[in-house]
Design a protein around this ligand. Structure first.
Ligand SMILES: *Cc1c(COP(=O)(O)O)cnc(C)c1O
Length: 423
């Protein structure tokens, strides 16, 4: 039996209706932007394995750093103990984070990073005896799948079954081009009620919604409004962090900085699951007290795992090399050339580009559902042709490892052009 067949016996895959989905592709090897399945078929990983892998698969520099840590100190509990990798990683992150970020809380994945941010916003107010228990989020946002993160996510069929069990979240329209004023007006109205603890957003790019983009200017305005009303702002940079937008963080495009940031995905270069929530001193001080009940009683068994920290350190070093910075610019330029070529194609409705993120929306009469017919047709066409892309409804996006070669990128673009001919 093949790996793919054996997999079906026991494994329950994410976001998968097993009755109708094809069997999972069994990947046996990865190198750079390429993956190979058990039959020797080659694929270009054009979405960096769900946006986690900027430096390529089986990266030797990362692997060596991880091996060294594994054979020095693989793990130690973070309750009452600390270690060199986490101390150094925090110091290094402080050098590139917005200067108002002063404290870091470690966890395991994007969803937990968001949970920590939300719980902190709520408990900060509770500690001060202020009743602010609601959260503001964007329509179509995605912040993860655990309960708090899910409540702030706006993709309804992901969350419909859990209505009634969720935190109270009020959604505002995404301030895409032409919708800025509407979005700001709704936010202003909500802020006047004084019921909100925080506003959470994916800065500049809503990933899972289909790489929906909006301007730094409007986000700056929204952050300023929240600050004026003492509502915390949470930048969920789980997708956008570590170079994806062309800068280290999407918030680097802003003048007004958020109170909290959520980091994961590319944090460890696609090797070991880890996440960080970052905070201003003001937030930390809201928990700093003689009263133990005011502490943040949150933690995870593998919090600040040394091996994960070593991976993140190696990852940060790579990010800051001139080669990787040049690669980010190169990928952006290739995307730009392709955008100019494809944007007037009769089947293309619109295109979007920021950093290494490129998306095109296919013209469609019906509103395509997230996992609808068009999406599936495209997805299986790409797989068939050795390119891993996961369209979202009628949106096809490319978010490759930064080290993808020009010829690999050209193959991705050509396959997208071919796909436009078969639909
Ligand atoms: C992926 C993602 C998450 C959730 O991260 P997980 O590691 O899958 O839990 C949260 N926020 C954003 C913006 C994401 O892209």
């Amino acid at each position: 039996m093949s790996l793919s067949q054996r997999d079906q016996k026991y494994n329950w895959h994410p976001y998968t209706q097993h009755k109708t989905a094809a069997a999972a592709v069994a990947v046996v090897k990865g190198e750079g932007a390429l993956l190979w399945d058990e039959n020797g078929k080659e694929y270009i990983d054009a979405i960096a394995s769900w946006w986690v892998n900027p430096y390529g698969h089986s990266n030797k520099y990362m692997a060596d750093a991880i091996y060294k840590q594994l054979t020095t100190l693989e793990h130690v509990l973070f309750g009452g103990f600390t270690h060199e990798p986490v101390v150094v990683l925090s110091e290094k992150l402080m050098e590139i984070l917005p200067s108002n970020q002063k404290k870091l809380f470690y966890s395991d994945n994007g969803s937990t990073a968001v949970e920590v941010a939300i719980k902190t916003a709520l408990q900060y107010n509770y500690n001060k005896g202020i009743k602010k228990i609601k959260i503001i989020a964007f329509e179509d946002a995605f912040h993860g799948d655990t309960f708090g993160a899910m409540a702030t996510s706006g993709i309804t069929f992901f969350t419909e079954a859990f209505k009634g069990s969720l935190l109270e979240v009020v959604r505002i329209p995404v301030p895409t081009k032409g919708n800025e004023e509407k979005s700001v007006q709704v936010l202003k109205k909500l802020l006047k009620t004084n019921e909100f603890a925080a506003f959470i957003f994916e800065p500049l790019v809503l990933g899972a919604a289909g790489m929906v983009m909006y301007s730094p200017e409007v986000l700056d305005e929204m952050i300023a409004l929240c600050k004026a009303h003492s509502v915390f702002t949470i930048a969920d940079e789980v997708m956008t962090g570590f170079g994806k937008t062309g800068k280290n963080f999407a918030t680097d495009y802003l003048i007004n900085k958020p109170d909290m940031m959520c980091l994961s995905k590319a944090l460890t270069g696609g090797t070991i699951p880890m996440a960080i929530t970052t905070f201003t001193q003001e937030i930390y001080d809201g928990f700093y007290d003689d009263d133990i009940n005011k502490a943040l009683f949150h933690g995870h068994t593998f919090t600040a795992n040394p091996t994960g920290c070593a991976a993140a350190l190696a990852s940060l070093e790579l990010l800051q090399t001139p080669e990787i910075q040049a690669n980010i610019k190169r990928v952006n330029q290739c995307h730009l050339d392709f955008e100019n070529k494809i944007k007037n194609h009769p089947k293309v409705k619109t295109t979007r580009l920021l950093g290494v993120i490129f998306a095109l929306e296919i013209k469609s009469d019906i509103k395509e559902s997230y996992y609808g017919t068009l999406r599936n047709k495209l997805y299986y066409f790409f797989i068939e042709n050795g390119v891993i892309l996961r369209p979202v409804g009628n949106v096809v996006y490319v978010l490759p490892p930064y080290i993808i070669t020009n010829s690999q990128l050209q193959k991705v673009y050509q396959t997208i052009e071919d796909a436009l001919e078969i639909i």
